[in-house]
Design a protein around this ligand. Sequence first.
Ligand SMILES: [Fe+2]
Length: 285
Amino acid sequence: MFVGEVSGVDVTRPLSREEVAAIEAGMDRYAVLVLRDQKVTDEQQMAFSLHFGALEDARGGNITKPEDKRLQVGMNDVSNLGGDGQPLDRDARQRLFNLGNMLWHSDSSFRAIPAKYSVLSARVVNRTGGNTEFADMRAAYEALDADSRAQIEDLVCEHSLMYSRGALGMLDYSEEERAMFRPVRQRLVRTHPATGRKSLYLSSHAGAIVGMPMPEARILLRDLTEHATQPRFVYVHTWRAWDLVMWDNRQMMHRVRRYDESQPRDMRRTTVAGDAPTTAQVEAA
Ligand SMILES: [Fe+2]
């Protein structure tokens, strides 16, 4: 019960202040909102997203070189398409890197100031698979026993794209990428700024816990992730073309499921930047 369907809003037009407030309130309450039949252009999707905050600077979030990008600045390409509009080759590094989206994660948890909302528009839906699943990290936190909550309350994790991709066996990065993907710190338990509700801040990008031996940290993170992604905390979204789904990364994890990659799946995301870090960062020595 953390997904709401919004009707009566046309995303292609500027929203009134009341509409923006209603959507924000809906996001605070549900954390995932579904808007059907929104035939948006990239410009309209960006304008809609800007009602809720600044757009996140996408730099440092992937390995695609600027000259290979299919979409303009401000748009995150989460399709399986290359610059030529065709499905990427099986061995394309960009494709392999993007497979990391099939691991449970919270968008941009690898940034010191992680994302607020993600807004995902389905332009071309794949016929086979490709559902997006959402896990409610508030409910997962609240379902922990008191001892577990006390144990994790003040823990700080390190998040990096190299941890999520490392889990897939992608271990080779250039010096430049290594610097770009330097781990950042995030609290494991975070408090929502509007509702005050606590949630688990998990993500496949989390690969270490400050002050904890690595294997112990990995086991704890895996254990918490298994807990938090039980079916009772999960909503499965089956995409229709022109669905627009927005979610609050501060209280949700999500993942995409496998699909027929020989066929196009054109999904375009805008990301509303967060406004504060979850914990202090430590300068690299
Ligand atoms: Fe994502």
